[in-house]
Ligand binder design. Structure first.
Ligand code: SAJ
Length: 424
């Protein structure tokens, strides 16, 4: 199969880069999105997300005619599904939150209206184990004229596979091409057909397996990182109690040839590491004890940081002739969910700043050179200051994100909290 036309459904952080990279290899790609605004933006050669190098590629492939966006599904030889799979967490996880597969289901329903014998359907969205088999079922429901792999195995007319995206925000264009790719077909023929698609642009290796293992592999990678970060975060709390510098401790321990401890921080943010472990907990609630505990450790870190800030405020006030809290300036450095990016969604830094702003009598002053305020509803009530202006009036400095701009600034360490260990 030569894959003359490739359809990518869902033009977000994964779909748009994937569609553009395939189009840049000379393939005809049609990108489908439910948002008219997104479709118009892309067809004008522009982008609606911030990701290095993406703007240039999109401009080129739209100009060459290889990438076209549309709100309407049309026939193609391959359909790649990159829609969101939100995991709606309630405040109390005992209320049993569930992954929302409705976007995948409606993509399947759309695809089933145009699918034909020989087509390949690939799911890339992070999904619970078993979703790819469900996808095959949803595709088949209105198409008695075709055979599908969950029923007919290797003899099926349609091939269906799960190939998780594993790219790092900020490095998506590079990692899309260079990372190894897990290819999990419902059958061996499905895996083999899907790997031919990735051969179009992949420099990394295709690692073939079945769909259930591939689904679990994606969840495992992010859960493993979450557990690793939770260990570092728990260590930081223990070290604070025992008056040990956790950064020095980790550096020393990591000299051991078989030890590699990650870095503590103010909590875990982003839309992947802080969410994906819940998919595992949801499917194995009695068994996934460590994974669940790790989530809780990481989720409780912002509250611990706020307690430390309040302790420091009390000490500062006492040592400065009982200075009224309303006259104390707390400078919060960083709002993004990690270093050197502009993304504030699910950011522990932003959550800490918002909580301090609403609960503390002190003046909370936020600085983030990577984040811009216009039209961002998440930053609605936040006052953003220039770094130098803020440092001039600082009483207490709270470092929340290890942006490069904060590495070499002069601060009084006695009145500073460094949650990322950059001034160790
Ligand atoms: N963090 C720490 N300490 C560390 C490392 C990270 O506190 O030692 C924090 C970061 O500050 C951030 C959060 O963890 O708040 C997540 O950041 P990250 O850089 O670990 O990961 P993401 O969410 O940007 O991207 C992850 C990646 N997964 C893995 O590295 C296993 C990426 O490869 C995935 O494609 C992505 O999730 C995804 O889409 O699933």
């Amino acid at each position: 199969m030569s894959f003359k036309k490739i359809s990518v459904i869902g033009l977000g952080y994964i779909g748009l880069p994937t569609a553009s990279v395939i189009a840049s290899k000379g393939k005809r790609v049609i990108g489908i999105d439910i948002s008219k605004d997104i479709v118009e933006t892309i067809n004008e050669g522009n982008i609606h997300i911030i990701e290095p190098k993406l703007d240039k590629i999109v401009k080129n492939v739209v100009k060459s005619g290889n990438l076209k966006a549309s709100t309407k599904i049309e026939p193609a030889d391959v359909f790649i599904i990159t829609v969101p799979t939100p995991f709606l967490l309630s405040k109390n996880d005992l209320e049993d939150p569930k992954p929302d597969l409705s976007f995948i289901k409606s993509a399947a329903k759309e695809i089933s209206t145009v699918i034909k014998k020989g087509d390949l359907v690939i799911l890339e969205s992070t999904s619970p184990v078993g979703t790819t088999e469900l996808l095959s079922l949803w595709l088949s429901e209105s198409r008695d004229d075709l055979t599908f792999p969950h029923v007919d195995g290797d003899d099926s007319d349609i091939r269906v596979a799960y190939c998780p995206e594993r790219v790092l925000p900020g490095k998506i264009i590079e990692e899309l091409v260079t990372n190894n790719r897990i290819i999990g077909g419902i059958t061996k023929a499905c895996s083999s057909e899907a790997s031919k698609l990735y051969d179009i642009f992949l420099e990394g290796e295709c690692l073939l397996t079945n769909s259930r293992t591939a689904e679990m592999a994606k969840l495992t990678e992010n859960a493993s990182r979450d557990v690793g970060i939770a260990f570092a975060n728990e260590l930081s709390i223990i070290c604070d109690k025992l008056d040990i510098n956790v950064w020095e401790l980790i550096k020393l321990a990591n000299h051991h040839p078989r030890v590699n401890i990650l870095q503590p921080g103010p909590g875990v943010g982003g839309h992947c590491i802080a969410v994906d472990p819940w998919f595992i907990v949801d499917q194995a609630p009695e068994e996934a004890n460590l994974i669940k505990s790790a989530r809780k450790v990481n989720d409780s870190k912002p509250a611990w940081v706020i307690d430390r800030v309040n302790d420091l405020i009390d000490n500062f006030s006492k040592e400065n002739n009982i200075k009224p809290k309303s006259e104390i300036n707390i400078i919060c450095l960083g709002l993004a969910f990690k270093a050197n990016i502009d993304d504030v969604r699910e950011s522990p830094a932003l959550a800490i700043v918002k909580e301090l702003d609403s609960s503390s009598e002190c003046n909370i002053i936020a600085v983030d050179p990577h984040v811009s305020q216009p039209n961002n509803p998440l930053l609605k009530d936040i006052k953003l200051y220039d770094l130098d202006v803020a440092l001039d009036i600082a009483d207490i400095v709270l470092l929340l994100v290890d942006h490069k701009e904060f590495k070499d600034i002069a601060i009084n360490k006695k009145w500073a909290i460094d949650t990322r260990g950059i001034w160790k």
